[in-house]
Design a protein. Sequence first.
Length: 320
Amino acid sequence: MQEHDLLATSWTWAGTEPIAERISAVGAAGFAGLSLTLGDLHEVRATTGFAELRRILDGAGIVWVQLGPLEQWWTCSGRTAEQDADRGVVLEAAATQSAWQVVVRADTTLPGISPTAMVDDWNDLAGQAAKVGAQLVLEPEPWSNLPTVERASRFVAAAGHPNGGLLVDAMHALRGGSTLASIRQGVAPATLAAVELSDGLLHTPAGMTLAEESREARHLPGAGAWDIPGFIRTVRDLGYDEPWGVEVRTAAHRAMPLGDALRTAAAATRAVLDAADAYGTPAAPAMPTTPAPTSAVDFEPPTARPHTSPRRDADTGTPA
């Protein structure tokens, strides 16, 4: 089987231990990358400093560093001085940690800003991130103004900044109404910059909103009802390679000692990656059926053309 670089997202390695101990546990479990939250960054900046953080990351063998997510990075009346300070800390950390990516969220407020009004701010921030060596990536969520990965891909492509990209999170994509087919057709390969893996139940648990499920019911890859090997092959066909983000959030996972939880998450993820490597077209497990909060499949269908071959058209993800 192939070797794969894994990245532990912030919830996967969250805990009460000092950050140095937690980073060491991430590396010991076989992860080559991790995500640092704003809380982590503010804590480190106020205590040990970013130079010491880089030394700790190097000692743990961490080569992929992802920062964020930033919120309300666009011009709006609700943006606070604290959020502007967050941007400064993230960019400072990106420069000192040789960060791979800076992650931003879409607008989760109501009624929400028009994505068109976010383009100039997106391009400004993408340029700032480029100056410190990091790529800017957008993580769409079903309850945001960019609720599907297809729509978010069109936003990134239309904005046109060469340093902007898209993060495709398995839970957000599949609970947002996307299918493997719509992801394949509706995500422009040039926009795909990061992928996060988790698994879920066939239906959103009773009494939970989609946002609550995202926080509390992200199961180990391969432990739920979704075709995660198929999802991996889909994004790989779009050109994605490494690293593979791992985001696990369940009460049982949080109850485990951190080292055990990280080793379990890494082993489960490597198993589904091996499954994706090992066979062509498996019998797909049942996929999520929870109604999407927006129109179910949100992608631009390709223009009718003579049929030539079954391969994917490369241009179907371009913005309308």
